[in-house]
Design a protein around this ligand. Structure first.
Ligand code: ZN
Length: 137
């Protein structure tokens, strides 16, 4: 458990900025960025920034949420295509009945938990329906 905080701080920058890694070996992009390419094992990687807007390709509604997170139940988990890179993330600000494949979504940061003892607040990238569809960045 002692390792969870430093690890979080090490990876949080890339997560916040939707930074992914492009493999110079096989050209594929993975997210979140790992030290080695999950497809070919190459460690020759470069950072790329994903678009914060994407299209929901598919989703699933999860009703059996772990103890401690039941207030958030049910949870909608989506497969979001960000300019060709697929990311699996929770959807937010939307009711399960309002979700449909093909809808435009945008990334937002949401608090996921607090560690009062250590004084840390943890955030995660989630996706919500894009409020102003078509306004690019
Ligand atoms: Zn690779």
């Amino acid at each position: 458990m002692r390792l969870s905080v430093p690890r979080h701080w090490r990876v949080k920058g890339p997560l916040y900025r939707l930074e992914a890694a492009r493999c110079k070996g096989c050209g594929r992009i993975h997210y979140p960025p790992a030290a080695a390419c999950p497809y070919c094992g190459s460690t020759s990687l470069e950072r790329v920034r994903l678009s914060s807007r994407g299209v929901l390709e598919s989703y699933t509604v999860v009703y059996s949420v772990p103890e401690g997170a039941r207030h958030a139940s049910p949870v909608v988990v989506g497969l979001v295509n960000l300019g060709g890179v697929r990311v699996v993330a929770e959807l937010t600000d939307v009711e399960p009945g309002e979700v449909s494949t093909g809808m435009s979504v945008e990334a937002v940061l949401r608090k996921v938990r607090e560690d009062g003892e250590a004084g840390f607040i943890y955030y995660a990238v989630k996706f919500r329906p894009a409020l102003e569809a078509g306004r690019g960045e």
